[in-house]
Design a protein. Structure first.
Length: 383
């Protein structure tokens, strides 16, 4: 039996998550353990070469069958644009047996809502994540997507517990984290292929890697406090490398044009996946508000300071790899100094990662879970 699936992606973290699943589908099809015909739809939420195309090339993701070209806009405009285009595609001859969505972006939400209303079963990869902070657009996207999904593929025990406590346990399956798969597969590839260390003239453990992009961090006053903290850290002697997301660049140039980076704080363009992974792997620490980078740091055995008041990836904290520092300057500086003063046991961090996030076989388990689900459903429908 052929299972026809459509995978919806649109934003940078989703390219990272879909790559191991595409590879696992193609391996399972070759081995004859699955027969899945997957069609990739790119919503166009991210469209710059450095935010999108580079990821397809480096992660060897099959080219999308279509790019909806939705681009930027308010949440409503962006989500509605995606929904309108997706409804046309999925309602006609392109109707799949299942729709797969990833993570918590507006592309995730749009795909899940359209499919649910067309009675196409929805599979959510990275289900059950909760920050319990509804001011985050991603939290709204997660809650709604999980509610309307039929198969909830959870990365961690915590995610399973969250789903059970919302009455969604019956649809949930613990498969592990596909981002762990991606890091285990690509860490050595990044060491071999990326020249970012020499390009930027960096030494192993001689710098910290910084990223900031979330809506909550990029309000001008909040961003200024974060940048001041980074400047204070740089002045104390550790070099900071800061690839800047377009949203953050926009706020910096429109509202913080008087702010100048001190020496030792290097602002660069967004990086591709392999360059970014190489830097996470080589950094003394990572300073970020990204969900994915908190995990990628742990998976590489690099400590992380998170510029948020909470994290949905509580395992990174339990593993001893992540300090939640908030967005106030003094706390950020203190947290960074605390990490710099500590001896880091990278091997212990990496083995904790496997305990919490699985053995790097999440994508394989996802393919099995999807196949079982589709068979059970067809059997159920025929009966
Ligand atoms: C989105 C996701 C977030 C994810 C992040 C990764 C939502 C609600 N948020 O946030 O969960 O962590 O992607 O990057 O879906 N822009 C460009 N070029 C691009 C993409 C964006 O210039 O290729 C600019 C546009 O001005 C846009 C702004 O960045 O308005 C924000 O982009 P958007 O996709 O709305 O949200 P992200 O901040 O990227």
């Amino acid at each position: 039996m052929t299972i026809r699936t459509v995978s919806i992606v649109g934003a940078r973290p989703q390219f990272v998550k879909v790559a191991p699943v595409c590879r696992a589908i193609s391996l399972a099809n070759q081995r004859g353990t699955a027969n899945i015909e997957d069609r990739l739809i790119h919503t166009g939420q991210h469209y710059d070469r450095g935010m999108s195309h580079v990821f397809f090339e480096e992660l060897e993701i099959p080219p999308p069958s279509i790019n909806l070209g939705v681009g930027s806009g308010s949440h409503a405009q962006q989500t509605a644009g995606m929904m309108t285009a997706l409804e046309k595609l999925l309602a006609g001859d392109g109707r799949p047996d299942l729709l797969i969505v990833y993570g918590d972006t507006n592309s995730t939400l749009a795909g899940a809502l359209v499919a649910a209303k067309l009675w196409i079963p929805v599979v959510h990869v990275e289900a059950g994540l909760r920050s319990f902070n509804r001011a985050m657009p991603e939290e709204i996207n997660r809650i709604v997507t999980d509610r309307v999904s039929d198969l909830l593929l959870a990365p961690t025990e915590t995610a399973m517990t969250n789903l059970r406590s919302e009455g969604l346990g019956a649809a949930a399956d613990l498969v592990g984290d596909v981002m762990h798969d991606a890091v285990l597969f690509n860490r050595d590839r990044a060491r071999a292929r990326s020249d970012v260390m020499s390009r930027l003239n960096l030494g192993e453990r001689g710098f910290a890697l910084v990223t900031i992009h979330r809506a909550e961090s990029t309000q001008a006053d909040v961003l200024r406090r974060i940048l001041d903290a980074l400047a204070a850290v740089a002045r104390r002697g550790i070099e900071l490398v800061f690839p800047v997301h377009p949203r953050t660049v926009a706020v910096m140039s429109a509202e913080l044009s008087d702010w100048r980076p001190p020496e030792g704080l290097r602002i660069i363009e967004p990086l591709g996946f392999l360059d970014n992974l190489r830097l996470i792997d080589a950094a003394r620490l990572v300073i970020t508000d990204s969900g994915g980078m908190q995990k990628e740091a742990l998976f590489c055995g690099t400590p992380c300071v998170t510029l948020r008041d909470e994290t949905e990836w509580v395992e990174t904290v339990a593993a001893g790899g992540n300090v939640i520092a908030g967005r106030e300057s003094a706390r950020i500086v203190a947290a960074v100094e605390g990490v710099l003063d500590r001896v880091v046991d990278g091997v212990a961090l990496r083995s904790a990662a496997s305990r919490y996030f699985g053995a790097g076989d999440a994508a394989e388990r996802i393919v099995r879970s999807i196949t079982d689900f589709a068979y059970a459903r067809r059997g159920g429908l025929a009966a």
